[in-house]
Design a protein around this ligand. Structure first.
Ligand SMILES: O=P(O)(O)OC[C@H]1O[C@@H](O)[C@H](O)[C@@H](O)[C@@H]1O
Length: 282
């Protein structure tokens, strides 16, 4: 069984996972939100803002928000859908694994009249974190979904970080009305705000941190796209739950169904997508 703990300051419940080797993860029931993934040597890999608000229905700023049944503005709902604002239930657990489940409330069904069950399974292994989304259409009509695992990675310093694997890939630039452009650089580097939806990307990408001498390897299945985001100075200053200088400490790389979507889910059908995160020393 995974341990269920109550956060003293917020009263929110979270699950602690531990692999046989000593890798750990913490997952809040609010949003099925992973807020920590530590390596066997005790290093935190994810970024969570010091100003994050642990007060539902607000989403936690950092970690891995689950964007479902909508990513960004790709659908009828408000930004990123409502899973990240909802309380999940634990349906299965072991020391190194937990499955959390969400079915929309009456109010949510008013906004999105499509019954579904979303399961979020989180597993830890030897310096590995795996997250699997499984959504089933439990209603009688087909519906469309977009989604993302909005992963915030902790980095030593923004000028020493880059994303590899996207060279030559087309993207929609969210800072230019979703204008379609092609990535010409060998890597994506950060010298200002970046908000891009890379389309139909390779399944293996990396967040390389030259300062820490390591890369996080992101392997994705069922998510054709990948969003790269850093808010930089002005957007950081405008976010109430994010420190003014914290943009220097994080990079988001988000496996997504966005510009290449949506996915149509027929009645009774199931959609599955997952990301596996591991480490590579440089
Ligand atoms: O503030 P939110 O809703 O958590 O969104 C954060 C960012 O999420 C990213 O995925 C989007 O591409 C950005 O446009 C957005 O600003």
């Amino acid at each position: 069984m995974a341990g269920l703990t109550t956060d003293q300051s917020s009263g929110q419940k979270y699950v602690v996972l531990k692999s046989a080797e000593g890798t750990t993860a913490e997952i809040f029931l609010h949003g099925a939100h992973v807020t920590s993934w530590k390596t066997v040597s005790g290093e935190e890999v994810l970024f969570v803002s010091k100003q994050a608000v642990y007060k539902p229905p607000k989403a936690i700023r950092g970690g891995i928000p689950v964007c479902f049944p909508q990513f960004g503005g790709f659908g009828p709902l408000s930004q990123h859908g409502f899973a990240r604002n909802s309380e999940f239930a634990v349906t299965d657990s072991a020391a190194d694994s937990v499955t959390l489940s969400l079915t929309p409330s009456k109010d949510q069904l008013q906004l999105f009249p499509h019954p579904f069950e979303l399961k979020v399974k989180v597993d830890v292994g030897n310096d590995v974190l795996e997250q699997t989304l499984t959504a089933t259409n439990t209603g009688s009509k087909a519906f469309e979904l977009t989604a993302a695992l909005h992963t915030y990675f902790s980095i030593s310093s923004i000028d020493k970080a880059r994303v590899d694997g996207l060279s030559g890939v087309d993207y929609l630039d969210s800072l230019q009305d979703k204008r379609r452009l092609t990535e010409n650089g060998a890597s994506v580097r950060f010298g200002g705000e970046v908000d891009r939806i890379y389309l139909a990307t390779p399944s293996r990408l990396e967040v390389v941190d030259e300062g820490r001498g390591r890369a996080v390897v992101v392997e994705k299945q069922g998510f054709p796209d990948a969003v790269v985001w850093n808010p930089w100075v002005d957007k950081a200053a405008g976010m109430g739950d994010f420190g003014d200088d914290e943009y220097k400490e994080m990079v988001c790389l988000e496996p997504a169904v966005a510009g290449s979507g949506p996915v149509t889910l027929q009645p009774g059908a199931t959609w599955t997508a997952k990301q596996t995160l591991s480490l590579r020393q440089l």
